[in-house]
Design a binder for this molecule. Structure first.
Ligand SMILES: Nc1nc2c(c(=O)[nH]1)N[C@H]1C(S)=C(S)[C@@H](COP(=O)(O)O)O[C@H]1N2
Ligand SMILES: [Mo]
Length: 373
């Protein structure tokens, strides 16, 4: 039986032969990779649509925690794909040296799709990992654009590869379940996934935060017990004084001083910051409702709101709040965090906090709001 499994990979050269390099193991890893990549792809495209919504896409403001879950899943599956990908490459790499290199057109297509798939999958996990680590120097391209388009390339190559390999997978799955060394190998891969998941998922699953030793950021660590992605110093922002004004642009534009803002009705909401990089943390925010500010300037129903920071440059100095979030009574221009004045690193004197949106859209150090039709 051991021989039978081996014989199926007739191309396996004796030097590279190992009892775990069987079609059954390769198929099992392939299915796990397919499922993991599917979740990562779906949640990633969703995150892209939320941040760059085309006309047909409307993103709801509830459930409040939805984006936190989808993006937490995106980063957690992306991390779990690393041991899976390494195990799969180790299982099949002798095929790279098979002779003859090209047998026929189908074989050529298969080898080309595998090459594109391996290259794009590695690009995705490496660029995603560098982004989580906020280490941009090795990436000579703009991360989000490259990560998004490479995902489509990987998805296409994965479809071709799965289609071509379907008969092999079906055949392999009819074989007896792996035994001995093969089962131990798969168990090791499973354990590796367990370890990388448990040591990183605490960045978003609060009860596991104490195990979170590998993720770069831990909820609970930062000013006012909340992590900071971009500090005021990094953003080139200094503390606003009496000269501060919030300009609200709409049919009846207004300018509000800090005293004006403080005099308006304040409300509280418990909402998470859910960073695209996979960490998230909830806090109690207090401030003026976005919809009250929009009503103050006569915004028509269904409007969106552009939110701008005093920060001069930077990709995340402004964001556009979708219509559902503009209407939601939980969307605040927050001035307080867990009962205390906002720390400068959290956006003093005021920051946007809205339900079910990525952290990148929760603009800090807000100075201008503009009603968009
Ligand atoms: N003006 C401005 N606001 C910003 C950012 C920024 O770079 N500039 N970063 C965003 C990102 S990526 C995140 S995750 C959250 C983090 O919020 P915190 O620093 O309060 O934790 O703020 C967002 N608001
Ligand atoms: Mo973020």
């Amino acid at each position: 039986m051991v021989r039978g499994g081996r014989a199926a990979l007739s191309i396996v050269d004796d030097a590279a032969a190992s009892p775990v390099r069987t079609e059954r193991v390769a198929a099992t890893l392939g299915i796990a990779l397919g499922v993991g990549f599917g979740i990562c792809f779906g949640t990633g495209i969703l995150s892209h649509l939320v941040q760059h919504p085309p006309g047909w896409f409307g993103w709801p403001s509830r459930p409040v925690q939805l984006y936190r879950v989808t993006q937490g899943l995106h980063v957690a599956t992306g991390i779990a794909l690393v041991p899976l990908l390494l195990a799969k490459l180790w299982t099949v790499y002798p095929k790279l040296f098979e002779r003859p290199p090209v047998r026929d057109l189908g074989h050529l297509l298969s080898r080309l799709s595998v090459t594109v798939l391996v290259a794009s999958a590695l690009t995705e996990v490496v660029s995603g990992g560098l982004n989580i680590a906020r280490w941009y120097a090795p990436m000579p391209f703009f991360f989000t654009v490259a990560h998004h388009w490479t995902a489509w390339v990987a998805a296409g190559a994965l479809l071709v590869h799965s289609g071509l390999k379907a008969p092999v997978v079906a055949r392999a799955l009819r074989r007896p379940v792996p035994s001995g060394g093969r089962r131990a190998f798969l168990a090791t891969v499973g354990a590796a996934i367990g370890v990388v998941t448990l040591t990183t998922v605490g960045q978003t699953v609060r009860p596991l935060s104490r195990l979170d030793v590998l993720a770069p950021r831990r909820p609970g660590i930062g000013p006012q017990g909340l992590p900071v992605n971009k500090s005021a110093t990094e953003a080139g922002v200094s503390r606003a004084g009496a000269e501060y004004r919030l300009r609200v642009v709409g049919p009846r534009s207004r300018e509000l001083s800090l005293a004006d803002l403080t005099a308006l009705p304040h409300h509280s909401a418990v909402l998470p910051i859910a960073c695209v990089e996979g960490w998230s943390a909830s806090a109690r925010w207090t401030g003026v409702r976005v919809r009250d500010l929009m009503a103050l300037v006569g915004a028509p129903p269904g409007s969106r709101l552009r939110v701008e920071s005093v920060q001069r440059g930077g990709l995340y100095r402004a964001s556009t709040l979708p219509a559902a979030a503009c209407r939601d009574p939980l969307s605040l221009l927050a001035m307080r965090l867990d009962g205390a004045e906002l720390d400068l690193d959290h956006g003093y004197p005021c920051r946007l906090i809205a339900p079910n949106l990525p952290g990148v859209m929760q603009t800090k150090w807000v100075t201008r709001l503009e009603v968009l039709p």
